[in-house]
Design a protein around this ligand. Structure first.
Ligand SMILES: [Zn+2]
Length: 364
């Protein structure tokens, strides 16, 4: 039968032979270490090794967080900081590697979610506030306009205006980021400041006792004194300065590896785009530009365009256990971040009892 099928036919004519490679082998992907305890609206880090991938990172629901190479001695080892978006279900992350042909490899990251509670607050909008603020936020509306017009303008600013401001922030913080960390150690909370609004907080807006709107508050509000110097939360590079709707005068810093901090409502900005800043370097002064009822700093933290809780990044224990430890476990040494974890000598020595009770187990 073979002979008759393969017998050359004289009328065949010229043939075009195209050679192409059918890549059926998915890339390799091995998870080295990752944050094991996560919070909804919190952050984590994963270290993985991949070969044969054209794109790799961490997938959380529909959000993708690309990995960064060059931080480990092995060039195939990548580090990806990721976030559990507040506005989606708290789904477990997966490491993902994909090649040019679209072959994918997914490795789920074993995690435990810690309980998280999203606070709620009611913002009572007063007529004097609307008369003072609306002309700044919606220049076509006069402060002397009837109350219903001021409320309509507020709804426009808090709806479409807020969406535009967030789109701008997302574009900046999903954009270019340094492939190395500028930051070292925990982030700094504005000195002598008091937290008076949390993240993520579900806000209801009322006018004369009636609910008119709702919105999510996506940062932490910090108040100290008026026109207080605003300090960089950590070392970074200025990637945005200027007005941004409800956020007023705003500064955004890139801290590298996809981490960004945002400073809103400033009265004065004293830095320029492209400028590198040291931790606690002044960025300008606090104020009440944008949708602010009083002088305060709106401080936001984003991981590749996704808001996360700044409180985690202020906490040295969280940073050690949830970031430095997995990095160190995977053999990634980052100066100022993993030092204490990698070099046991720099940790405080464990207390040695003067006379050890002979191998009696201690319970605590
Ligand atoms: Zn705020």
């Amino acid at each position: 039968a073979r002979d008759s099928l393969w017998r050359p036919r004289p009328d065949r004519g010229p043939r075009l032979v195209q050679r192409f490679t059918v890549d059926l082998t998915p890339p390799t992907l091995e998870l080295r270490a990752a944050t094991g305890y996560l919070k909804h609206a919190g952050a984590g880090v994963a270290v993985y090794r991949t070969t044969g991938a054209s794109r790799s990172g961490v997938q959380v629901g529909t959000a993708f967080f690309p990995g960064v190479a060059g931080l480990a001695a092995d060039p195939a080892v990548l580090v990806a900081f990721f976030a559990i978006p507040y506005d989606g279900p708290a789904v477990a992350p997966s490491a993902l590697a994909e090649d040019e042909a679209g072959n994918q490899r997914l490795v789920s990251i074993p995690v435990t979610f810690l309980p998280t509670r999203f606070p709620k607050d009611v913002i009572r909008l007063t007529e004097p506030f609307l008369r003072r603020k609306i002309p700044e936020l919606s220049p076509q509306t006069l402060g002397t306009a009837p109350l219903d017009q001021l409320v309509a303008a507020f709804l426009q600013v808090n709806g479409e205006g807020r969406k535009d401001a967030e789109a701008k922030i997302r574009a900046i913080t999903r954009g270019e980021t340094a492939a190395k960390p500028f930051w070292t150690g925990p982030f700094h909370q504005q000195p002598n400041s008091k937290v008076f609004a949390n993240f993520p907080e579900e806000r209801t807006y009322e006018v004369e006792g009636k609910t008119i709107d709702t919105a999510w508050h996506l940062g932490i509000d910090l108040a100290s004194s008026k026109r207080t110097p605003i300090e960089a939360g950590n070392a970074g590079r200025v990637v945005f300065t200027g007005a941004n709707g409800i956020y007023g005068n705003m500064v955004i810093l890139d801290h590298g590896l996809g981490l960004f901090t945002l400073y809103g409502h400033m009265s004065e900005i004293g830095v320029k785009v492209g400028q590198e800043v040291k931790p606690r370097e002044p960025l300008g002064r606090s104020g009440e530009t944008g949708m602010a009822g009083g002088d305060h700093l709106h401080f936001g933290f984003l991981v590749r365009g996704v808001y996360v809780s700044p409180i985690e990044w202020w906490d040295p224990h969280w940073l050690r256990d949830r970031v430095a430890k997995p990095l160190a476990d995977a053999g990634v040494a980052l100066p100022g971040i993993t030092d204490g974890v990698l070099a046991p000598a720099s940790l405080p020595a464990a207390p040695v009892p003067a006379r050890r009770a002979a191998s009696r187990p201690r319970r605590r």
